[in-house]
Every structure is written in C-alpha cells, then in structure tokens.
Design a binder for this molecule. Structure first.
Ligand SMILES: *[C@@H]1O[C@H](CO)[C@@H](O)[C@H](O)[C@H]1NC(C)=O
Ligand SMILES: *[C@@H]1O[C@H](CO)[C@@H](O)[C@H](O)[C@H]1NC(C)=O
Ligand SMILES: *[C@@H]1O[C@H](CO)[C@@H](O)[C@H](O)[C@H]1NC(C)=O
Length: 311
C-alpha cells in the first residue's frame, strides 16, 4: 500500500518533470523577442530578433550569446510608412542561410494595424551594416482579411514555402520564387485560423520531420510582460500547403492546435518560435518573459511519437 502510494507519487512527479523541462542553459545577452536562428558555413550561430533595425546576436556554442548590432544601423526609412515612426521597431524576422548568404525577412507594422509589410534583406556575412535591402516582399492594408507580419520560410526540395499572418483570418500560405525570395504569384491560401480568443494565432513556423509537415503557431497574448499568455501550438499534414490537423484531428483552420509549450515555472508566455535542425537534432527557439523582460529559450524537440515533445 505504502509502496503503491509512493510509486504513484513518483510517477506523478515524473509526469510533472516531463511537462516542465527547463530550457537549455543560455548566457550573455539573451534579451530577445521573436528570435530566428541561422548557422553559417563556419558553424557560427546567428539570432535575429525584433528591434529597431533588427537585432543581431551570435554564438559559437549556442549557449553564450553576444549582441553584435543591427541589420540596419543607419535606419530603414522604407519601413517608416508602416511603423508610423522614424526608425521604428521591426518585427519577428525569419532567417534562411543558403550556404553562402543570409536571407532575412522582417515585418514593419504597428500594434493592431493591418497597414503592414514584409521586407527582405541579404548579406554574405550576417554582420551589422553588411545587409543589402532587397525591398518589399508583400503588404496588407485595411480591408485585407489577413495581416502581412510574422514571415516564415521553409525550403523543401527546392520549393520555397512562405507562411505569414497574425489575427484576422489567421495564418496564410504563399510560394516564393527561389531566385528572388518574393511571392511567385498572387495565390494566398489558408493554413490556420482561430475564432476563439479574438482570433489570436500568429508567429507561424513550418517544419518537416519524417513524412509530416508541422505548422507551429503562437496563441493568445504576447508582449504583456509576465502577464503574457502566449503558448506554442502545433498541427501536422502530409502536404505543406494545407490540411494541418492537431493531435485530436481538429483542423487548424477550425481552431485546432496541440499544446507544445505553455507557461511553466519561471517560463512565462513562451512563443515567437522557430524550429531548426541542429547537429544534436531539432530545436525549438523561442522567447519567454521574466520579471526583467523577454529572454531566449532553446529546447530539444523529440518527434519520435509523431508529435513534437519538448525533451
Ligand atoms: C545550467 O546552469 C546551471 C547554473 O549555472 C548549472 O547548475 C547546470 O548544471 C547547468 N546545466 C547544464 C545542462 O549545463
Ligand atoms: C503559384 O506558384 C506556385 C509555385 O510555382 C504554383 O505551385 C502554384 O500553382 C501557383 N498558383 C497559381 C494560382 O498560379
Ligand atoms: C525521444 O522520446 C522517446 C520516447 O520517450 C525516447 O525513447 C527517445 O530516446 C527520445 N529520443 C531522444 C533523441 O532523446
């Protein structure tokens, strides 16, 4: 009896421990929001994140991070019409390293506005001030049924898949022309939508593991410090451009989404995620809130069950 009770308690503790894996250790300047990660041909890690000019941080070991500067140290006046200010905050970049160049998509908007645009920058080194402005990728204005922020790019067998969106009718899909990094045509289709919580779904990330494509999104409220309720959700599909369902079979276009990571312990409001295949397997890169601001979180993801689990 006593043994049974102890075993039950131990098994409960193990269950809790599995659900509350602490993030991997990170140190140095890790005060990021909406991180995206690239690794160059020398194995150096780069994280780009939300900031005026887009912040650049680097690391040789993925643990210790140094702030390097910004993509646009002299400002980005072409974004002013969308941010409504000079040198405004630029949001939620997406990085793709081609093997010789960094491509970084980033958004310009203001809170709650559909006057939004996604722009593209390119650099061979990733260093502050080394980027070329490749201009506008896509934009929205009042009256569109989606919002052109939170770019996500997933290159698969030479096809460049592009997901974007925040609130309104949710996450949309386009294809990019690989030679330009810009939409191949005007086709825009739906990947995910919530009608609950004011339609709070954004920050999408497409990833492939085994036979499935996975669509990760951030639900609920970002940007409220430790009152943020952001949490990371997922669905999967055999097709990159739609048909995503959650673990219960609910379509992501009908509000489905299986929880991957929510608030736990000192990790409040995890979201703004990115998924990357590193030498030690898939990693989830995200931000969460502490009483001192937002900070970088990195976790291993285990897909062995067919669904990503923070490990
Ligand atoms: C993480 O850092 C803490 C505090 O410095 C240390 O006790 C712990 O062993 C570290 N964990 C790993 C996995 O390196
Ligand atoms: C848009 O371009 C993609 C990629 O070339 C193609 O698969 C898709 O059929 C095109 N859509 C339309 C509506 O032309
Ligand atoms: C992934 O999880 C499974 C099931 O819990 C476990 O057997 C396996 O060792 C894990 N893989 C890694 C790489 O940790």
């Amino acid at each position: 009896m006593l043994l049974k009770t102890s075993l039950a308690i131990i098994s409960a503790l193990v269950t809790v421990a599995q659900a509350q894996v602490p993030p991997l250790n990170v140190s140095g300047d890790v005060a990021v929001h909406d991180p995206t990660l690239c690794k160059d041909k020398n194995g150096k890690y780069f994280i780009f994140s939300t900031a005026p000019g887009i912040a650049i941080r680097t690391s040789m070991d993925r643990t210790s991070w140094t702030f390097e500067g910004t993509i646009w140290p002299n400002g980005a006046p072409w974004t002013d019409a969308y941010t409504g200010q000079s040198n405004g905050n630029l949001w939620a970049p997406e990085c793709y390293y081609t093997g010789s160049e960094f491509l970084v998509w980033y958004a310009a908007s203001s809170m709650g506005s559909q006057k939004s645009a996604i722009f593209l920058a390119r650099s061979s080194t990733g260093a502050p001030g080394s980027f070329t402005n490749l201009g506008l990728v896509t934009s929205t204005s009042t009256g569109n049924n989606y919002n052109a922020i939170d770019p996500s790019v997933f290159v698969d067998n030479g096809n460049w898949n592009f997901a974007l969106g925040s609130f309104w009718t949710g996450i949309k899909y386009m294809t990019l022309d690989p030679s330009k990094g810009k939409p191949s045509n005007s086709s825009v289709t739906a990947l995910a939508r919530r009608t609950a919580a004011g339609g709070a779904v954004e920050g999408s990330t497409i990833y492939k593991y085994g036979n499935y494509y996975y669509l990760f999104t951030s639900w609920d409220k970002c940007c409220q410090g430790t009152s943020s309720t952001y949490n990371i959700r997922v669905g999967r599909s055999s097709n990159v451009n739609g048909g995503y369902v959650d673990k219960s079979g609910v379509a992501l276009t009908s509000g489905g989404g299986t929880l991957v990571l929510g608030s736990h312990g000192n990790v409040i409001g995890p979201g703004g995620q990115f998924v990357y295949t590193d030498s030690d397997g898939p990693i989830l890169v995200y931000h969460y809130y502490t009483p001192y601001g937002s900070q970088l979180g990195i976790d291993h993801l285990n897909f062995s069950s067919g669904w990503p689990v923070v490990a």
